[in-house]
Design a protein around this ligand. Structure first.
Ligand SMILES: [Zn+2]
Length: 230
């Protein structure tokens, strides 16, 4: 155990290299595997195999798994251990999209009515992060897109100025669950255009257009991902 702790401090060894943000790196590595289905929904996650694969000690892996448990992506069972959260059911999928359609178009309209240059810059920044195609690792890009999409939608709800609605949506970890339904570039490519339409409505401070653009985005997202249940 001391040996593996010592190994963490060596910068050149293994795939995880920066010891100052080791837990963060381990978290990102496991998150990317969960989002891209390299770790299949419902499958067992053994700490020992992650220790070997990522070349780090047990401690940062347990910390990262604890954080993923808090995000609903990992389940821990006493005496049995960790497993990836199962895929959401069709019923839960329908419920999530019904909830989103009830709350997010209205939130977008409110955010548009309250829009200013500072808020618009924040939203453009988070939308821009999705468009950038950094790195060669498609799995990592996909998981980054899922994270950025969650942030983009959360920011809009923040600017809509209703903490209860914002928390209700955030608590579902919707984006992490829906992006696990399908690992496909179409899921991300088409969403970018829809985000542009939402941003254009915010830039014009147009609540009606923002409401419509958000509704269209969520409906299209639902229809794209429905294919996963065929
Ligand atoms: Zn989106």
């Amino acid at each position: 155990m001391n040996l593996s702790n010592a190994r963490e401090a060596e910068p050149a060894s293994g795939r995880i290299q920066r010891s100052n943000s080791l837990v963060e790196d381990v978290y990102e590595a496991i998150f990317a595997q969960l989002m891209s289905l390299k770790i299949a929904p419902g499958s067992r996650i053994t700490v020992d195999s992650l220790v070997k694969e990522l070349d780090v000690s047990h401690t940062p892996i347990r910390e990262a798994l604890g954080r993923l448990e808090g995000e609903g992506l990992v389940l821990k069972t006493h005496l049995i251990g960790y497993r990836a959260a199962p895929q959401i059911t069709k019923r839960r999928f329908d419920e999530l999209y019904e909830l989103r359609l009830l709350l997010e178009p209205h939130g977008a309209a409110k955010a548009a009515a309250l829009m200013d240059e500072t808020k618009l810059a924040v939203l453009k920044e988070s939308a821009g992060g999705m468009a950038r195609r950094e790195g060669k690792d498609e799995r990592l890009r996909y998981s980054n897109f899922a994270r950025q999409d969650a942030i983009f939608h959360d920011r809009i709800m923040e600017f809509a100025n209703n903490d209860l609605v914002r928390q209700t949506l955030a608590f579902q970890h919707t984006h992490f669950h829906i992006f696990r339904l399908m690992f496909h570039s179409r899921v991300t490519e088409e969403a970018l255009d829809e985000h542009e339409a939402i941003l254009a409505a915010f830039a014009a401070s147009d609540p009606v257009a923002a409401e419509q653009a958000m509704r269209r985005h969520i409906e299209h997202s639902r229809d794209r991902l429905l294919l996963a249940f065929d």
